[in-house]
Design a protein around this ligand. Structure first.
Ligand SMILES: Nc1ncnc2c1ncn2[C@@H]1O[C@H](COP(=O)(O)OP(=O)(O)OP(=O)(O)O)[C@@H](O)[C@H]1O
Length: 637
């Protein structure tokens, strides 16, 4: 007779609720058999009683029916089921037969027709203490936790107006670069620069050819608010590292998601490499492939000569050059900067990173001129493998909304990474997943000078509200975001027809050259209202944007962070207005509250304020209708 019954783990197929139909049927059969036995037991004493002669009074005594005993003091069934998940491991009372009537039960237990012992045939014996109970009880939730480098980042102050560090307080920076910084009106470092620049310079203390002490330096991840100066945080140390290079080779590669952003970053590199032998090449597809090739390599009598030390690229065009530009080599690459890293991780399906990594290592059997420090494919680290110095490849990730999802970051193959962050560490990858899916997972940090507003409005009055805001506030540079290029175009046509404001649109309707011109005009203040898709939401640094309007509410918190981050940059002030329909209000406000938006002010636009604009607006609407019809006709022709 078994004293206890072990409900063994039935294997992965049967473990979850998805256990096969077979498993479910068996469990159900067991339960039915248990109940049948129980009923049998209850009947038996009654039958015995009936067989016995009546009591002295000649009356049959009725035994009160005992209620079924329940675990935990007889909680109702539904409640007990819910509690199953919490006290995992305890067998459910439905599976564990009642303890009473042990002897009778054991005696009655019929053997299985196939000759198996009774316990096996019909589940646990009634008396047995049930261990396990995998089928019924839910497994306890495994709490995800972050690796130490993500959970304990190096904290960076977020206030760029308060926590400035004078240039002379970071003596590691080359005097020529310090001079250049001053010449460009920079007398202090922003907090992120004061933290990241020394850390990067320290990792190249032995020069850029070998890591400190021969070891590969840590990869760096930087998460800091929009407009907090992340660009200079990598430009200054990279330029300094390469200042004394002897041979021109591609040593630094900066990858960014859009052409405009790449152009902006290459401009900053040009400023700080000016009057140095370093050369910067921009490969984004704005020029033809052949034209770009001319800036990367030059054919010589004995092969190719590299013409760029620093390459700033968009991923697609970069891969084109890896494939199609003879002599373009990344084998001497020392720094790989991934700006807007969370966005770049989203574009990993294009497999640009594996292509870059493959190009950074020599092919099997090839011997480079610089064979002494020739990079080898990463293998298991052993005493022998670490004793030959090789040029490290250090990855540097930057974003205002850097994901903290270890699974996503894992795709980048980071080496002993180190995180610099202004935000709070998030709790786990589940949260980070939620963030990626659009739900907020933790706190993002926003520029201190940014005020957030929302404007409740109806679908019909939305364009009128935008026009009212622009005209009422009379700012010289207003950036208005929509969720699609169609919306941008229609709003642009409407605002143009309305008049009184110089307006332009920025979207994929225009080619790179036109977009560049539009940006320039906006920067110069020739365009007062720029209506844009999210093409301009990330990284674009236009001086003096005072107002950002979310004509269409962004779906994700990340998008909101980047859109509103086009204002209140570099310690300045700015305002963000989001137009919300009644149905959007609850979800949007909750998303922002959870995402760490400091304070959201409601801005009502009473109809008496809008009324004076209505006649002009209606005229503009009918003009828009005609314009749209005309465009459709032209498209069809
Ligand atoms: N130390 C500094 N002092 C004054 N201005 C600075 C300093 N560092 C950067 N800036 C200016 O701050 C602005 C924003 O910098 P940058 O574009 O690097 O921000 P960012 O953190 O990359 O923003 P985003 O996340 O939106 O890309 C730029 O105009 C830049 O010239």
């Amino acid at each position: 007779m078994a004293l206890f019954h072990v409900a063994r783990y039935p294997g992965p197929e049967a473990a979850g609720a998805e256990a096969g139909a077979d498993g479910r049927a068996r469990a159900l059969l067991e339960r039915l058999q248990c109940r049948a036995r129980e009923r049998q037991r209850q009947k038996q004493p009654r039958q015995q009683e009936a067989a016995q002669p009546a009591g002295p009074a000649g009356k049959r005594r009725r035994r009160p029916r005992r209620p079924r005993r329940r675990e935990g003091g007889g909680a109702p069934e539904s409640k007990r089921r819910r509690a199953d998940g919490e006290d995992a491991g305890a067998g459910s009372s439905e599976e564990a037969p009642e303890e009473s009537g042990v002897g009778a039960e054991a005696a009655e237990q019929p053997g299985a027709p196939d000759g198996r012992p009774p316990e096996e045939a019909s589940g646990p014996p009634a008396h047995a203490l049930l261990l396990g109970g995998f089928r019924r009880s839910r497994a306890p939730k495994v709490q995800p936790f972050l690796p130490a480098w993500l959970a304990e980042p190096s904290c960076v102050e977020k206030n760029v107006t308060k926590d400035l560090v004078p240039i002379e307080d970071v003596p590691e920076v080359h005097p020529d670069l310090q001079k250049k910084l001053r010449a460009h009106g920079i007398s202090s470092y922003f907090p992120v620069q004061a933290a990241v620049i020394p850390a990067l310079l320290e990792s190249m203390a032995n020069g850029f050819l070998v890591g400190r002490g021969g070891y590969q330096p840590s990869d760096l991840c930087v998460s800091a608010p929009t407009g907090s100066g992340k660009t200079l945080a990598f430009v200054i140390p990279l330029v300094q590292a390469l200042l004394h290079r002897a041979v021109c080779q591609v040593r630094a590669l900066v990858v960014l998601p859009t052409k405009e952003l790449a152009q902006q970053v290459s401009k900053v590199f040009n400023v700080y490499t000016d009057a140095t032998p370093l050369r910067v090449a921009l490969v984004t597809g704005q020029k033809t492939l052949a034209k770009e090739q001319e800036t990367l390599v030059q054919r010589t009598v004995d092969g190719f000569r590299c013409l760029a030390d620093i390459v700033v690229a968009t991923p697609g065009r970069l891969v084109d050059h890896i494939d199609q530009t003879p002599g373009f080599s990344l084998q001497q690459l020392r720094f790989l900067v991934i700006d807007e890293a969370d966005r770049m991780i989203d574009s990993m399906h294009q497999s640009w990173l594996p292509r870059v990594m493959a190009a950074a290592f020599p092919r099997e059997g090839t011997k480079s001129l610089f064979s002494l420090l020739q990079r080898r494919q990463p293998q298991a680290i052993t005493a022998a493998s670490t004793c030959c110095p090789q040029m490290p490849l250090q990855k540097l990730l930057f974003s205002a909304t850097l994901t903290q999802n270890p699974e996503k970051l894992q795709q980048l193959g980071l080496h002993q990474p180190r995180l610099f962050s202004t935000g709070l560490a998030q709790r786990g990858s589940r949260d980070a997943d939620a963030e990626a899916d659009g739900e907020s997972a933790g706190k993002y940090t926003f520029p201190a000078g940014l005020t957030h507003h929302y404007v409740p409005c109806s679908l019909r009055s939305k364009p009128l509200v935008v026009l009212h805001l622009v005209l009422e506030m009379n700012f010289s540079r207003v950036l208005c975001f929509t969720n699609s290029r169609e919306n941008s175009h229609r709003l642009f046509l409407l605002a143009q027809a309305f008049g009184g404001v110089s307006v332009a649109e920025f979207s994929s309707r225009y080619g790179p050259g036109q977009r560049k011109m539009i940006l320039k005009q906006f920067e110069q203040g020739k365009i007062q209202l720029l209506i844009s898709t999210d093409a301009m939401a990330r990284g674009i640094d236009v001086q003096g944007v005072q107002l950002v309007v979310n004509y269409d509410a962004p779906q994700y918190l990340r998008t909101y962070v980047h859109r509103v981050g086009r204002t209140a940059r570099a310690g300045k002030t700015g305002q963000a207005f989001t137009l919300l329909l009644k149905v959007q209000e609850r979800r949007f406000l909750r998303m922002l509250a959870e995402g760490g938006v400091p304070e959201l002010e409601r801005h009502d636009t009473p109809s008496k304020l809008l009324q004076p604009l209505v006649p002009r607006y209606e005229a503009a609407l009918s003009q828009l209708e005609r314009a749209v019809k005309e465009e459709r006709k032209q498209k069809a022709a």
